[in-house]
Design a protein around this ligand. Sequence first.
Ligand code: ZN
Length: 142
Amino acid sequence: MKNNSINYSYEELLERAFSKLAGRRGSEEVFEMPRASVLIIGGKTIIQNFKDIARVLGRDEELLKRYFMKEFNAPGSINEAGQLELKGKYGSSAVNQLLERFIQKYVKCPTCGSVHTKLYKKGKIFILKCEACGAETTFQAF
Ligand SMILES: [Zn+2]
C-alpha cells in the first residue's frame, strides 16, 4: 500500500496542532452573560449577586454601583453581604437590561467583541482597553 500522506516535520506538526488549537479556542470562546438576581423588599431593590457580577465582568464594584444609581437616578449602597441596594422598586428585567447595556458599552470591545478588557479612568474619560486586539475606546466618564 502506497502512503500518499505528506510527510510533515515534527515542527510543522507542532505548528499545525497549535494553530488548530488556537483556532478552535477562538471560535469557541463563549462568554456567559451574567444575570442579576433581583429582590424587591419594601421600597428597596436588591441585586443579590452584585459582587459576583462585578467580579465576572472584571469591573470595580463602586463603578457598577454608580452606573446603576445613575441609570435609575436612585440612591444606593453596597450592604455587608456585598449586595447592591437601590432605593425604589425596579423589576428584574429593567435591572438586567441595564446590566446588558453596561456590558455592551463598558466591557465588550467594540472592535473585536472580546470581553477581555480593562477600563481606566483618565480625568473625565474612560478608556476601554482590549486585551485581545489592543483597541482603545474612549467614552465620557460618569
Ligand atoms: Zn478587541
